[in-house]
Design a protein around this ligand. Structure first.
Ligand code: 5GP
Ligand code: ZN
Length: 111
């Protein structure tokens, strides 16, 4: 996807602070953190949002959750929240599937 911000970050064309990378996914700190600890995990394959996930993507989505479990342990998260915004009404601003991982403070209820 030529014009996708997160594809460019994955390719190293736009700088980011990497947390983790493997053949399937890339994790990096959010540029505008919403919590003391806030990183994003994206599949290297471009999918525009959670609404584009099909059974074909089950392995990569499962892998991303395993990576999140590993990274939150390594980074000493004391509990965390995983969020994926899907569509403008939900607040999605980048059209490449991404999972926010938030922690480092009591997060409270969300609406
Ligand atoms: P969304 O609003 O689509 O759920 O989340 C997009 C996230 O990407 C936002 O939290 C925003 O701060 C983050 N973001 C946008 N542009 C950049 C960037 O260039 N670098 C990084 N590291 N994060 C970005
Ligand atoms: Zn992309």
């Amino acid at each position: 996807m030529n014009d996708c911000l997160f594809c460019k970050i994955i390719a190293g064309e736009i700088p980011s602070t990497k947390v983790y990378e493997d053949e399937l996914c890339y994790a990096f700190y959010d540029i505008a953190p919403m919590a003391p600890k806030h990183f994003l995990v994206v599949p290297k394959k471009h999918l525009s949002s959670a609404s584009e996930i099909t059974e074909k993507d089950a392995a990569v989505v499962g892998h991303i959750f395993a990576v999140i479990a590993k990274l939150t342990k390594e980074l000493d998260f004391d509990g965390f929240r995983v969020v994926t915004n899907c569509g403008e009404i939900a607040g999605q601003t980048v059209q490449h599937l991404h999972f926010h991982v938030l922690g480092g403070k009591p997060l409270g209820a969300f609406n």
